[in-house]
Design a protein around this ligand. Structure first.
Ligand code: NAI
Length: 306
């Protein structure tokens, strides 16, 4: 590599990088000069099983590009194993510059049927996973006064979706985690941002294709490849995006969105305070015209990917 890359020599940990979006981010980071820890436990979509294959395969692909990578198969979901992922970066490359919290699983179920195990498994991989890996990297980022976190959130949490209470809660929790890290670690020159990706991957490969219309639609959605997410991740990891901290982006094929964050939209006030009756007769009717609909992600992103 003769020309310097956007993340030249940075050491980047990408979790869940054995396939899908994580793999593309790992490859794109490597193409821009990064040394990459390719973490993946090689699990099924629901988080079962363990295989060393996917992480090693992606590390080999990066090696074939002439860049440096190491495979790691520790789980993000426990503190000790997450710490080993960060330690792997230090052992192999002597430092850590960026963490991409991308590992994930799904255990979809309507809320009234969701078991404690289904709730726990998803919260552990997404919310605890993002926390554990971030926390393990934090002392190093603080010490070196630089570092960058990129977390995958989802419109399932930011907007809403059926049957994903566990996943939505974890993903909105990750958005709050990211903002909190951005606030707490800004003084050490550490940045934390979220990406809410849309991509055709095994996670969404179960959309029905019974009719010709559905088949045509799935073909269009398939253009929305995981590789489309990677350029934003690389840009966020680069020192050239120093001004970008505490933000939530969405990427859907060739569109990049800046997502809003909750702020008061309207208020009502009564000098003498409120009784429950007043709330019913005055506050709620006054606020109702500004209520948010029970939207799902697909209601807000209602057009086919561009
Ligand atoms: P994927 O299933 O292809 O990739 C997730 C990877 O995480 C898998 O390779 C899996 O083995 C790994 N993994 C699971 N548990 C792990 C653990 N405990 N420790 C380490 N690795 C583990 O899925 P995809 O679509 O690439 O998703 C990547 C991220 O993007 C996830 O966080 C997902 O929630 C998020 N996302 C994806 C969307 C999409 O449209 N594909 C939409 C919204 C969010």
């Amino acid at each position: 590599m003769t020309q310097l890359g956007l993340v030249q020599n940075k050491v980047v940990v990408v979790t869940g990088a054995g396939g899908g979006i994580g793999r593309e981010i790992a490859l794109a980071m490597a193409r821009e000069g990064a040394r990459v820890v390719v973490n993946d436990i090689g699990a099924s979509v629901s988080g079962e099983g363990h295989s060393e294959g996917p992480a090693q395969q992606v590390a080999n692909e990066i090696g074939a590009l002439g860049a440096q990578a190491v495979a790691n198969t520790d789980s993000v979901a426990e503190a000790a194993s997450a710490a080993r992922i960060v330690q792997c970066a230090l052992d192999q490359f002597g430092r850590i510059d960026a963490v991409v919290n991308n590992a994930g699983i799904l255990r979809d179920r309507f809320f009234h049927k969701m078991s404690v195990d289904e709730w726990d498994a998803v919260i552990k991989v997404h919310l605890y996973g993002a926390y554990h890996v971030s926390r393990a990297a934090a002392p190093h980022f603080k010490e070196q006064e630089s570092g960058c976190y990129i977390h995958m959130t989802s419109t399932s949490g930011l907007v809403g979706n059926f049957g994903q209470a566990n996943y939505a809660a974890a993903k909105l929790g990750i958005a709050a985690l990211s903002k909190s890290i951005a606030l707490d670690m800004q003084k050490f020159n550490v940045r934390s941002n979220c990406i809410s990706p849309f991509a055709w991957s095994r996670m969404i490969g179960s959309i029905p294709t019974d009719t010709p219309e559905q088949q045509a639609r799935v073909e269009r959605i398939k253009q929305m490849t995981p590789a489309k997410i990677a350029p934003l991740a690389v840009a966020l990891a680069s020192d050239a995006s120093q001004e970008t901290n505490g933000q939530i982006f969405a990427v859907r094929n060739n569109e990049i969105f800046l997502m809003s964050q909750p702020r008061p939209v309207r208020s009502v006030h009564r000098g003498e305070g409120w009784t429950p009756q007043d709330v019913l007769s005055h506050a709620l009717p006054a606020l109702q015209s500004s209520y948010f609909g029970l939207d799902r992600s697909a209601d807000v992103f209602s057009w086919d990917p561009i």
